[in-house]
Design a protein around this ligand. Structure first.
Ligand code: IVH
Length: 689
């Protein structure tokens, strides 16, 4: 198949409700099948999908719907009748004793309620019990035990025939080669089970890091890595991969004396087979199922492995049998998918953002796209190097991903979608705000506006100066600062300290009371300690912690100004890059002038970290867990640093004390395991007294 197939619509735009004749339905069905086959090829063969899973599911659902409405148009070779990809014959082929079906996937609560409605009606029962399980994002396998001995394992393949992976699966440590005999039930003569093989997130990262170091191709995601690892021709390679397994199905359970899926799940571990005892959930009605989905969604980020939804299954096998199978999906189960974290969108424009230090960042303005419940309109493209490497162009349709946090990333452009109107992008030669000539590093990873009076830099610097961890001046948001700048009331931080009430009242949204409050806030900020002031200056690389390190080692701003690189790097926590940033900052005449003016405005700059003070915690590292009575987490962190210590968030063998209050969590267990001393709040107080 041609991978830049222009004849195939990536996403045929279809509303099945609008189709009124069989002829129209035939045409639509054909284009849907064509598109789905093409996407199967991109996904399974090329390992390079160009639509998101959700979009694929949508195509499949539309096709299923149409085939249901026009059964005469259903053909045996329709994608709805087929599961997964072609098996690789090199591994040897295995026929499954029963076809490995796929699950119907849905995305809305209403779909799940409709499913429940159908089950209740057809089973003529009030509230059937449902079992909810994570939908693992790995690779489905079938394993056969004969007289308790693992004799065969296979992948799903096309659903009828899979690949023989017997030798490979035997390398998974947690899968028994012989079944245990702890169950009250005898080990059956033949036991066929199915489950999912996966690679946990952190082991995947580790594995990819190592591969990158060895100049090997990295895997796109844990699922691909699991699939590639299990389908190796040499089991020695598989043995080196961090594969894990959860079992989620037994074939012919009634022949083995089981009446319900829940009973199966409870019995499998007694034979040594791993089921997800932590998450699998028995629900006695559909509301509990919906509750379980919410719990799974919340747990998702913190799970050590990837899941992409929840599987809901009817518990009783007689109910499962009564409902049966339709077009390759059991009618007794559903996959309720999470909102996708990857979606496609279009880059309408690339804008340049100028930061506080003059750094220019290209930002993609996206066609609004909803990813996992959050509407995204922008994504950072980082720098020219990244744009060139991914070959991102203005007008491109792109795959956008919301990784762990909320900042979306442009994964890649979908080149098949290009019509020639897309334009390559180059960083501007002039700052878009002030017009100064910009400077780009040779590797194209950094672009800077060198003009420190650039309006954008001034605004960002002021925003930083008044922010909470800096001078903490409440009531001065971006809008108000812009207004003050526009009215020429301020241009530098020191100007804040000479504003008058009359001047403020001239601004249309500031009444007398607001003006007075703002002035009070500004006045109070004069008493902020030395470390906050250092942070407020916005010296590159000097964040919260570094400003405290500096305050501990330099009593006044004059001392720091005089320090050369050597003196700075003599300090334990300061490396050459930070030292250089600090000396460059103080070498700049303009910066010295700003500082001088600020000092003249009456800042007190008391230094609570100064070495003249006692430092009972000098050199000690603390981790706090649970609740404290006397301080909030931020307060105690600041206190520890004032007294010469350091508070970190996770326990390591460098930690000296874990201070555990009521409700202490896993950090306390970590400390125990590592032999780190655990103390309570009272004992901590004694240390600082
Ligand atoms: S049960 C037909 N349970 O989903 C019922 N499947 O679309 C048999 N999957 O190939 C599957 N987690 O790879 C089941 N807890 C779970 C699952 C699960 C993931 C996958 C499995 C299967 C696909 C079906």
């Amino acid at each position: 198949m041609n991978d830049t197939n222009k004849d195939i619509e990536r996403k045929p735009d279809i509303d099945p409700g609008e189709i009124s004749s069989e002829d129209e339905a035939r045409k639509t069905i054909n284009s849907l099948r064509k598109a789905i086959r093409y996407h199967d090829y991109r996904y399974y063969v090329k390992d390079d999908p160009i639509i998101s899973d959700a979009e694929y599911d949508q195509l499949m659902q539309t096709l299923e719907k149409l085939e249901e409405e026009y059964p005469g148009l259903r053909t045996e070779d329709s994608p709805t009748q087929k599961v997964g990809g072609e098996p690789n014959e090199e591994l040897g082929l295995v026929d499954h004793p029963e076809p490995m079906l796929s699950l119907k996937s849905v995305s809305l609560e209403q779909d799940v309620r409709n499913f429940d409605e159908t089950c209740r009606k057809e089973l003529d029962t009030d509230d059937p019990v449902y079992i909810c399980e994570p939908k693992y994002d790995g690779l489905a396998v079938e394993i056969i035990y004969e007289n308790g001995r693992l004799t065969q394992a296979s992948t799903r393949g096309d659903g009828q025939t899979g690949e023989d992976i017997t030798d490979n699966i035997k390398t998974i440590g947690e899968l028994p080669l012989h079944l245990l005999k702890e169950s009250e039930k005898d080990v059956p003569e033949t036991l066929v089970i199915r489950g999912e093989v996966f690679i946990p997130k952190n082991e995947f990262e580790e594995m990819n890091k190592q591969r990158a170091e060895e100049d090997k191709k990295t895997f796109a995601n844990p699922r691909n890595a699991a699939s590639g690892s299990l389908r190796q021709l040499d089991p020695k390679v598989t043995a080196e991969r961090p594969l894990h397994i959860y079992i989620f199905q037994m074939l012919s359970p009634q022949d083995h004396g089981f009446k319900s899926h829940w009973k199966v799940l409870q019995s499998l571990p007694k034979w040594g087979l791993k089921v997800n005892e932590e998450l699998n959930k028995k629900c006695s009605n559909i509301d509990e199922v919906i509750e379980a989905y919410k719990e799974f969604s919340e747990a998702r980020e913190d799970l050590p492995y990837e899941i992409d939804g929840m599987v809901c299954k009817i518990n009783k096998f007689e109910h499962q049998q009564a409902l049966g199978v339709r077009s390759n999906n059991p009618r007794w189960a559903l996959a309720w998918k999470f909102p996708p974290k990857r979606e496609t969108s279009k880059i309408n424009k690339i804008k340049i953002q100028v930061g506080r230090t003059g750094k220019l960042t290209p930002v993609a303005q996206l066609e609004p796209v909803n990813i996992a419940g959050v509407t995204m309109t922008r994504a950072s493209l980082h720098n020219q190097h990244e744009i060139d490497e991914k070959d991102i162009r203005v007008g491109d349709t792109v795959l956008v991903e919301r990784a762990g946090d909320v900042i979306p990333q442009v994964v890649k452009p979908i080149k098949d979608e290009r019509d020639g109107s897309e334009e390559k992008f180059s960083m501007p030669e002039e700052c878009p705000v002030c017009g100064a000539e910009v400077v780009m590093s040779d590797d194209k990873k950094q672009t800077h506006c060198p003009n420190i009076n650039c309006e954008a830099q001034v605004l960002e610097r002021l925003k930083h100066f008044v922010s909470k961890d800096a001078m903490d001046i409440e009531g001065l948001g971006e809008k108000r600062i812009k207004k003050l700048l526009d009215h020429d009331l301020i241009s530098q931080p020191q100007d804040l300290y000479s504003i008058t009430e009359d001047e403020l009242k001239k601004l249309d949204d500031i009444a007398e009371k607001t003006a007075q409050n703002l002035l009070k806030e500004i006045e109070n900020s004069k008493n902020k300690p030395f470390d906050r002031f250092l942070y407020a200056l916005g010296i590159p690389h000097v964040g919260n912690h570094m400003s405290r390190v500096l305050a501990r080692n330099f009593t006044t701003i004059n001392d720091l100004e005089k320090a050369d690189k050597g003196k700075l790097t003599d300090i334990d926590e300061i490396g050459p890059e930070v030292a250089s940033a600090i000396t460059v900052f103080f070498a700049e005449e303009n910066n010295l002038k700003v500082i001088e003016n600020l000092m003249e405005s009456g800042l007190t700059l008391e230094n609570p970290y100064s070495e003249q003070k006692e430092q009972p915690l000098a050199g000690l590292k603390f981790v706090f867990t649970g609740n404290l009575e006397e301080w909030t987490r931020d307060e105690v962190k600041e206190l520890v640093e004032q007294l010469g210590g350091r508070a970190t968030s996770s326990v390591s063998n460098e930690t000296d004390y874990v201070v555990a209050g009521p409700g202490a969590g896993t950090k306390r267990d970590d400390a125990k395991e590592m032999g780190v001393q655990i103390i309570d709040e009272e004992e901590f107080k004694k240390l600082i007294d």
